[in-house]
Design a protein around this ligand. Structure first.
Ligand SMILES: C[S@@+](CC[C@H](N)C(=O)[O-])C[C@H]1O[C@@H](n2cnc3c(N)ncnc32)[C@H](O)[C@@H]1O
Length: 357
């Protein structure tokens, strides 16, 4: 294990709008947080320019429902006239073009429903303050806060931090603890007094050691096979670690152990298991090919760009394509041989946080 603090950062989601097309799992999980939007607005009295922020927006499809709900709640409080600003935040390399095309063209876009709503974007890490102090009325963040700010070690040796050696996993836990505090402190600075934030993220339920145990074990096996055959160097394979760490419940609650943290109170929280959303269709039709297609789409859209980014910089585009195709074909074969609910166990943590004041 070598130190690498701050060097390697998560790659954005698969571009060309493909994350939008393959993020049904995240949409299902994000919906667990929707019931917290009404209470978020219950005691709010927006004044001045109204700003809603969406942290870790990706290409936007899964933000449409929560933002439509938040906009409806805002209109109920301020009436039809005042303008409302919606700011989508993601990493600089995010596919913001897909986001803005969706906002222009999709029938579900909030821009189509209200001519006095204005969308913009910020391409910066949400682990820093990215909007002016005291400017945000409501923030939403779904399936983004468990992506780490950077790799805590160069060669974690396993693709999935929760399945790495305990000493390595511990380094990821420390990074996740620091990142969670940074995320919360940054939002606390941005929120207006009385403003609210809903954060939805996958976490580890009681007694659960990892999410995706089978899928990530298969991925590791496939990468190790490519290394044995000489397709990947050992260094490439060892740094292929997805910078994702699902926190345990006590880790999520830790900043609030003595009450408010950085001026944010945790008003409500819920941790609820989420079954694999693709499994019921397979139970009904026994179509293993269709199930594998959905599971592969789930894997590819968020994770493949990060694995490709860990390849040696000298690798050309043809090699990168061949690597992705080989990994997909390895996973596909295993999925067809043993259809199962690969996206379990998964627990979704939803938190409603309010800026004291
Ligand atoms: C799995 S996607 C979730 C997208 C969407 N919110 C949803 O619910 O489907 C995670 C998103 O978080 C973004 N992200 C990860 N780290 C980030 C950071 N430090 N700052 C801003 N966005 C980040 C990724 O680029 C990606 O678009």
């Amino acid at each position: 294990m070598a130190d690498d603090a701050g060097e390697r950062q998560p790659a954005p989601m698969e571009a060309g709008g493909r994350y939008n097309d393959h993020s049904h799992h995240q949409a299902t999980g994000g919906a667990f947080g929707l019931p917290m939007i009404a209470p978020a607005f219950a005691s709010m009295a927006p004044s001045g320019p109204v700003v809603l922020a969406d942290y870790g927006c990706a290409q936007g499809r899964n933000s449409l429902r929560p933002l439509a709900e938040a906009l409806a709640r805002t209109r109920a409080l301020i009436g039809a006239e005042p303008a409302i600003s919606v700011v989508h935040v993601d990493q600089p390399a995010n596919d913001f073009a897909a986001l803005f095309l969706l906002l222009r063209d999709d029938g579900e876009s909030y821009l189509r429903a209200d001519a006095n709503v204005f969308a913009s974007a910020v391409g910066r890490s949400h682990f820093d303050q990215v909007l002016p102090s005291g400017s945000v009325d409501f923030g939403w963040s779904s399936f983004a806060a468990h992506w780490l700010s950077a790799a805590p070690v160069t060669d974690a040796g396993h693709v999935w931090p929760h399945l790495a050696d305990p000493a390595v996993e511990q380094r990821f836990a420390a990074q996740a603890a620091e990142d969670w505090r940074r995320f919360l402190a940054s939002r606390a600075r941005e929120l207006k007094p009385g403003g609210a934030l809903v954060v939805v993220q996958p976490c580890l339920g009681e007694g659960v050691a990892t999410t995706f145990p089978v899928l990530m074990d298969w991925t590791q096996q496939a990468l190790e096979a490519m290394e044995r055959e000489g397709m990947l160097t050992t260094a490439e394979r060892r740094r292929m670690t997805l910078l994702v760490y699902e926190r345990r419940l006590d880790e999520l609650r830790a900043p609030f152990a003595s009450g408010a943290f950085a001026g944010l109170e945790m008003v409500a929280e819920e941790a609820r298991p989420m079954p694999d959303p693709f499994w019921p269709a397979y139970r009904a039709d026994s179509d293993a090919e269709a199930l594998a297609g959905r599971h592969l789409g789930f894997f590819r859209a968020p994770f493949m760009p990060s694995l490709i980014a860990a390849l040696d910089p000298a690798r050309d585009a043809a090699f990168r394509t061949a690597f992705a195709a080989r990994l997909e074909s390895e996973l596909h074969a295993r999925m067809l041989a043993a259809p199962q609910p690969l996206l379990e166990p998964m627990t979704i943590h939803s938190a409603l946080l309010r800026k004291v004041g």
